[in-house]
Every structure is written in structure tokens, then in C-alpha cells.
Design a protein around this ligand. Structure first.
Ligand SMILES: *Cc1c(COP(=O)(O)O)cnc(C)c1O
Length: 355
């Protein structure tokens, strides 16, 4: 079988919307760059992608993504290097993950040429949209969804992949406050917790709203079976430091395999620091805090990179954690990762891709 090739058609904007905009000061996720990528799948194969001016897509109200949530997404960032070059952080990992998410939702795999080459072309075209202020980046959001015009429940025969970009600043300027929810869970064994499936996030909104009404930034999610073990915080992976050991819950179906999480574990192992992927009971955190052994906690994900955790509320009791101490892991890892992402530190893992 001949390998199909996917030439990318580019229809550039006649005039950039950048003029007069201060991309170093924009609200998160509401201003989009000049271009987007769109690729469609039908009759059993992918059509070549087009990069065109950001704008509306026309679609029918019967498309199955809207009814049954057959939709997955990704989140990644582009940075400016020292010479002004555009750099993507671990895009291959996002490519592999969107196809794992897609497989979980019975969606066909996206060819590497469409996803990665398309991404490179898109970011090259919109490189001037990458903000340069520390902590800021061009956030890239691939979204892949079912477009069959049919309300019969079955895997769609037609799909759209779109990639859009928005300049973003630092996500959490302040350390975050979390509260445990006993009422709702994010994921359970056999479910879709390990996939970046759109429906997971709709399902998390109510618990998130309740947390915010009580003055917290995010939910600290417990496992969906016994509500005993800590799984994630908000839409981030979570890390604790107890007695100098960095601990994070293990992957295994209910936890989203974060690329930031993996990068942190890789760096810590390389530095010879003790790091454990194991289950962490809420009672262990309570006890460690009481005994003064819980040194810090932080969330990890693309949007925030690392968000130091200041407070964890458990059944009405608030644990307050150190957020600025000497030699804290969170701040050190954030700096290390930022230096790699902006080309200020040697990238011996081959994580950065220049576009
Ligand atoms: C995306 C996401 C993460 C973080 O993954 P990164 O690849 O580090 O951005 C963690 N948890 C959830 C639930 C997520 O959706």
C-alpha cells in the first residue's frame, strides 16, 4: 500500500490582527491567533489539512460530537527561544496522547504528518503571536471531534481536527487553594480518566463551581472507588513532598498521563532525587501534615506548568502548606522547565522542536 501524503494548503490572512494588540496582556483563552488548521476525515481516510484564517466552522446541529461527546483535545505550548525562534515543547508526546485518547473514544488515528507537520506550519505562520513575557506562551489547542450528521449512537464516520492558538500569560499568579470533594469523582477504573475526552471536563464543572463558591480555586479529586486515595487536582497532576521524597499518584487508567508530570519525574530521577509513583491516601497527607513532614505540594500541567498548593481543605479542616520556602521543589522545577522551554538551558532529552 502506498503511503499517503498530506500536503498542507495555506490560505494566509490578508492582514494580521496583531496590530494594536498587546499579546503580553491578554485574558486566558479568549484571544485567538490569525490562523487555524482544519483537517477532515471521511469515507475511511483523511483529507489534506488546510491552514486558514481563524474563524467559524459551519456544522449541523445533528453532529454526534454535540450529542454524545465523541470529542478529544490536547493542550500544548510554543515558546520563543533566545534568537527569537519558535519552540514547541514535546509535541510528539501530545501527538501520541491525542491518538490514545481517540482510540478510547473509537475515533480513527490522526496521521503524524497532519498533526505534527500541520502544527509546525501553523506555529511558524503565527510565530509573532508567541508572547515573550516570562511565564507566557502561545497555548495550542488541538480539538478532534465527530461530525456525522446522525443522532444514531455509534462511532462517527466523519471527523474534524482543528488546531487553534491563543497567547496566554501565567495561569495562576498566586498559589492555589484546593478542597476535597466527597460528592463527585473525576474518573473511575474502566472509564475515560486517562483520555483527554471533552466530556470529562463537563462532568467536573459542578464540583469545580462548588469549590469556587467556597473560596477555593480547584478540587482535589479522590479515587472513584473508595474515595481514599488522591488522584489529581483540578485539571493538573498532583505532587507531594514528604520527608524529602517527591510522591505522585501512579498512572493506571484513572489519571491523565500528563506530559508535565512525566517531565518532572524524568528531571528528578536524573538529579538523583527520590521520586515515587504510588498511591497516596488522604489520611497519609493528614498524618504527614500533623507530624510536620509534609513539606510542600504542587499541581503540574501545561497551562500552569507548576502551581504551588497553599491550602488543602479536607472535610472542613484546612491544611496550610509552605509555598515559598528555601529549596522548594515546585519553584526549582518550574525554573528548570522554563529554562528548557525557552532555550536557556541545554535540552538533552530532545524535548524541544524548533518550527
Ligand atoms: C491535561 C491534563 C493534565 C496535564 O497534562 P499535561 O500534559 O501536563 O498538560 C493533568 N490532568 C488532567 C485531568 C488533564 O486534563
Amino acid at each position: 500500500m502506498a503511503t499517503q501524503t498530506y500536503p498542507i494548503e495555506i490560505k494566509p490572512v490578508s492582514e494580521s490582527r496583531l496590530r494594536g494588540l498587546d499579546i503580553n496582556n491578554v485574558p486566558f483563552g479568549r484571544l485567538f491567533s490569525d490562523h487555524m488548521l482544519v483537517a477532515t476525515y471521511d469515507e475511511g481516510s483523511w483529507n489534506p489539512a488546510t491552514i486558514l484564517p481563524y474563524g467559524k466552522l459551519e456544522m449541523s446541529p445533528s453532529i454526534s460530537a454535540l450529542h454524545y461527546g465523541q470529542a478529544v483535545f490536547e493542550g500544548m505550548k510554543a515558546y520563543k527561544g533566545p534568537a527569537g525562534e519558535a519552540l514547541l515543547f514535546r509535541p510528539q508526546a501530545n501527538f501520541e496522547r491525542i491518538n490514545r485518547s481517540a482510540a478510547r473514544l473509537c475515533m480513527p488515528p490522526i496521521p503524524e504528518e497532519i498533526f505534527l507537520d500541520g502544527l509546525r506550519e501553523l506555529v511558524r505562520l503565527d510565530a509573532n503571536w508567541i508572547p515573550t513575557r516570562p511565564g507566557s506562551a502561545l497555548y495550542i489547542r488541538p480539538i478532534y471531534f465527530a461530525t456525522d450528521e446522525s443522532i444514531g449512537l455509534r462511532p462517527s464516520q466523519e471527523y474534524i481536527l482543528a488546531i487553534i492558538c491563543c497567547p496566554v500569560g501565567a495561569y495562576y499568579a498566586e498559589p492555589v487553594k484546593l478542597t476535597v470533594t466527597r460528592e463527585y469523582v473525576r474518573a473511575f477504573p474502566g472509564g475515560t480518566g486517562a483520555a483527554k475526552a471533552a466530556g470529562n471536563y463537563a462532568a467536573s464543572l459542578l464540583a469545580d463551581r462548588l469549590a469556587k463558591q467556597q473560596g477555593y480555586d480547584n478540587v482535589l479529586w479522590l479515587d472513584g472507588v473508595d474515595q481514599t486515595y488522591i488522584e489529581e487536582c483540578g485539571t493538573m497532576n498532583v505532587f507531594f513532598v514528604i520527608d524529602g521524597v517527591v510522591i505522585t499518584p501512579p498512572l493506571g487508567g484513572t489519571i491523565l498521563p500528563g506530559i508535565t508530570r512525566d517531565s518532572i519525574i524524568t528531571l528528578l530521577k536524573e538529579q538523583g532525587r527520590p521520586v515515587e509513583e504510588r498511591r497516596i491516601a488522604l489520611t497519609e497527607i493528614l498524618a504527614a501534615h500533623k507530624q510536620g513532614r509534609l513539606q510542600e505540594a504542587f499541581g503540574a500541567g501545561t497551562a500552569a506548568t507548576i502551581a504551588q498548593i497553599e491550602t488543602i481543605a479536607i472535610d472542613g479542616v484546612e491544611l496550610n502548606l509552605e509555598v515559598t520556602g528555601e529549596g522548594q521543589y515546585g519553584a526549582r522545577l518550574l525554573k528548570h522547565l522554563d529554562e528548557i522551554k525557552t532555550g536557556k538551558r541545554e535540552d538533552h532529552h530532545g524535548w524541544m522542536m524548533e518550527v
